[in-house]
Design a protein around this ligand. Structure first.
Ligand code: GUN
Length: 291
């Protein structure tokens, strides 16, 4: 029988911890942590993500500011706004929701962010700190995954971990965190150019699926007793849902789960942990700002 990793529950308890820290900050008359989010365009998933981030801030007692721009906004305008936020002493951290429209360079935008206010941990300075094991902001999804592994006391030392996907915001950073000292997994990253992914994944003690392809990880790719972390969040049509869609993970949960020791559901697994990680980074930023 497998253990279902309940990200929703873990995230709720971390939120409570954060909310009580905010209470203490307020009681001491210090500045309340403040996160801003920049949203460009009208992508429905991005709109939902950002709306939820603002809601999360409200729930734990943070201040939040939402800045929205039309899809056609010029890159230079966003850069100027970032430069303004970089030195805004009322603001502890901010994020720019990705993806951005094609005419805006994500790299340029990310590099314009002050690394000390980079609540998403996407700036090269924060990624560099992560690689070196120095304190800094960790990207939200990898941070959330590591916290789930810690809280469920999943054995990682010497285990074979296969990460499926090499994105800058999930696959690549989580592969680095899983191999760091203290975690000590042996990590393989597989991607769209890997030959015979199935054979490699079958040897994994821990599978982290982050490629965004619903149901990609099937029963025959999973070893008995494996730990499966599903990062996929693809919207697929589902007439049975009131919204007309549902979130689908990268794992064929129904058939894979019986073979696992631990598995995350979608929704309710990694997603809530990603959201709470952003709050943790914002609180850290606020503390560094000597509130
Ligand atoms: N798009 C998908 N995930 C993320 C995230 O964690 N942060 C931002 N800013 N954009 C995203």
């Amino acid at each position: 029988m497998y253990t279902l990793i309940n990200g929703k529950e873990v995230a709720a308890s971390i939120k409570k911890e954060i909310a009580s820290e905010v209470e203490i900050i307020k009681r001491n008359g210090k500045k309340i942590p403040h996160l801003a989010a920049i949203l460009v365009g009208d992508d429905p998933s991005s709109q939902t993500y950002v709306k939820n981030k603002v809601k999360d801030c409200h729930e734990v007692g943070f201040d939040s500011t939402l800045l929205t721009y039309k899809n056609s906004v010029e890159e230079s305008l966003i850069i100027s706004k970032i430069e303004e936020l970089n030195t805004d002493s009322g603001l502890d951290g901010f994020i720019v929701q990705l993806p951005l429209p094609d005419h805006i360079s994500e790299n340029k935008i990310i590099q314009a962010i002050n690394p000390d206010k980079d609540a998403d941990g996407f700036h090269p300075v924060n990624l560099g700190r992560m690689v070196l094991g120095l304190p800094g902001f960790l990207p939200a999804t990898p941070y959330g995954i590591m916290e789930l592994i810690k809280r469920y006391k999943i054995e990682t030392s010497g285990k074979n971990c296969v990460v499926i996907g090499r994105s800058n915001i999930v696959g690549r950073p989580v592969s680095i965190l899983m191999s760091q000292k203290g975690i000590d997994a042996t990590v393989t990253v597989v991607h769209s150019r890997t030959t015979d992914i199935g054979n490699i994944v079958r040897k994994a003690d821990i599978i982290i699926a982050a490629l965004g392809s619903p149901g990609f990880v099937t029963e025959n790719m999973v070893k008995e007793g494996a730990v499966v972390i599903d990062v996929g969040t693809t919207r697929i049509r589902d007439e049975k849902m009131r919204s007309g869609w549902r979130l689908a993970g990268d794992v064929d949960f129904e058939n894979v789960a019986p073979k696992c020791s631990f598995i995350t559901p979608v929704p309710g697994g990694v997603g809530p942990m990603t959201r709470v990680s952003l709050l943790r980074n914002t609180l850290l930023a606020a503390k560094q700002n000597k509130i």
